[in-house]
Design a binder for this molecule. Sequence first.
Ligand code: SF4
Length: 240
Amino acid sequence: MRRSVLGKSKIEYTDYYCNFYEGCEHGCIYCYSRMIKRKSYYEWINSKPILNAVDLLRQDIARLSEIPKDILVSSSTDPYQPKNDRLGLTRQVLQVLIDKGLPFSILTKSASVVHDLDLFENYPKCKVGFTIITLDNLVGLSAEPFASKISDRITVLRILKDRGVKTWLSVEPILPNLELSNPFDIVHKLGDYVDWFVFGRLNYAKAPKDYYRDMVPKLVDLCNSLGVKYLIKRELKDSI
Ligand code: SF4
């Protein structure tokens, strides 16, 4: 039985995480969380909500010894599971964070995040991000079979930006094949709608080091030339 949903994060761009689903219906073939938790694919996509997440979160917040700079919602699952459309659990969790005045960053692959737009546009301490590793719907469907179509994520990203919500994009993992996963095209096409990019590599597979070594300086040049704000994650930086 879970005793908490809020914890200290080791991810370099955030200091806390909030996870209130176990597993993830989106079923990405590259899912690092599934590998860390040693779940079979079918166990993983049969995700389960932490039904007392709101009570646990209130307890976790009461025990905090510091004010988080940022809470990533979520780090080891996606907060907008397809079943969340029915359960509405994420909205309840966000409402607690908002009531407590805590900053948070959403990270999702679901266009359903737009249903909580009213919360985001009235709360300046949040930013909303998508993972997008390709602009190709077919590649997206192959790699992230049960997540929202890439084009739907982009539509919602534009809506969020137009409505004044701070946005970010996680381009991770960049697959080591420019035809499948082209971060240059992503920056060119979406740069106007994204306040901050995070780039990360494929960590566990044998991605050719040379590939990232050649790519990263060019990516840095592109972002700088366009005035785009970005973070190159540590593991990706280490490969150059
Ligand atoms: S959305 Fe994230 S947590 Fe869910 S399967 Fe994909 S990589 Fe894993």
